[in-house]
Design a protein around this ligand. Structure first.
Ligand code: SF4
Length: 334
């Protein structure tokens, strides 16, 4: 933590600025302000950065780039929106191609006012960002020390924003693995996820029909069950599944990268299985190169029974296992 306090590394991205805020940002590096003497380094590699500093309003083209850079920064990370354009869209707000400020795409922690933002204000914003970063570090450390108190609970609609944010963080490693960020989990919207909580999604209703399990009763049974793994009030993992006939389909078992390899994924798998006590078979799917998922599922007793191309880079691997009686003490989720 001392290393970060004394030398935060920053990555700067111009979302579509008029260049005013960029020039002021670069001025921070010149001999007059010389933030490098304080240890602040401007890096070009998001994987090395702690702070994501964005100038300019967000347009159609910069949205994907902002998301891509943001997801590559290691956790915890802080986003600083520099200038009124990055904060709200500024004078470009009503333009046909502008979607708004940076927070229309990713969460922003610190807003630096001004048009253009003055170097002193930018440095002040970075100092505030370091404070936020320290707080996030403390919070994650406290969670890591309390993993033995993880609660596995049913999630509801109010958890959707936190689960969606976690999903996008968790799937970043998959997107990098396949060099393909077209994974549906990376692009799901809050509206879509909220709809999944409230009703049987069309894609699953169609699946029920193709399986010959038509009728309102079966569609109702196909509602998605969402689980969450919670530590100190924060969701660090999630899984979902639905039952059709005698099979429970398990999907999107996600764990925050910071808390992986600590047994959370294994418990999530067990708990989501326990949520379907009446089925005879479980089915899961993962990408063909996702060794960690394949290992975890194999360890849970799953066997591969089918593969199917999904994108030019990704093949789905389908795994199944027969359900076994659930010990009374682990049955059900709180
Ligand atoms: S805030 Fe002002 S100076 Fe900065 S990018 Fe927008 S218009 Fe340019």
């Amino acid at each position: 933590m001392n290393g970060i306090r004394q030398s935060p590394w920053i990555i700067h991205y111009d979302a579509s600025s008029c260049n005013g805020c960029d020039i002021e940002t670069l001025a921070c590096l010149t001999p007059l302000f010389d933030v490098e003497r304080l240890g602040v380094l401007n890096t070009g590699n998001p994987k090395h950065a702690d702070i994501f500093l964005v100038t300019g309003a967000v347009n159609e083209q910069s949205q994907a780039v902002i998301r891509n850079i943001y997801h590559q920064l290691p956790e915890p990370k802080v986003v600083v929106a520099v200038g009124i354009c990055a904060a709200s869209g500024g004078i470009f707000r009503e333009c046909y191609n502008i979607s708004g400020g940076v927070d229309s795409v990713i969460p922003v922690d610190v807003y630096v006012p001004g048009c253009a933002a003055r170097p002193e204000a930018i440095i002040d914003g970075v100092v505030k960002a370091i404070g936020v970063l320290e707080e996030k570090h403390r919070e994650m450390k406290a969670i890591a020390n309390s993993l033995d108190q993880t609660l596995f609970l049913r999630a509801n609609l109010s958890d959707a924003p936190e689960i969606l944010a976690l999903q996008k963080i968790a799937y970043q490693s998959e997107a990098e693995l396949y060099g393909d960020d077209s994974l549906p989990a990376m692009h799901q919207t809050l509206q879509e996820l909220g709809d999944d909580f409230e009703r049987v999604p069309d894609r699953i209703a169609a699946l029920a029909d193709t399986h010959g399990t038509t009728g309102n009763g079966h569609h109702e049974a196909a509602r998605i069950v969402f689980l969450k793994a919670v530590v100190n009030g924060k969701i660090i993992g999630s899984a979902r599944g639905f039952a059709l006939g005698q099979t429970a389909y398990l999907r999107r078992m996600i764990v925050h990268p910071y808390f992986r390899r600590r047994g959370i994924g294994r418990r999530l798998l067990k708990e989501i299985e326990n949520a379907f006590p009446d089925v005879k078979r479980f089915e899961a799917k993962t990408g063909h190169q996702s060794k960690r998922n394949l290992y975890q599922l194999a360890k849970g007793g799953y066997q591969v029974f089918r593969t199917e191309p999904f994108t030019p880079n990704i093949n789905w691997v389908y795994l199944q296992k027969d359900s076994s009686p659930i010990p009374a003490e682990t049955k059900g989720v709180k």
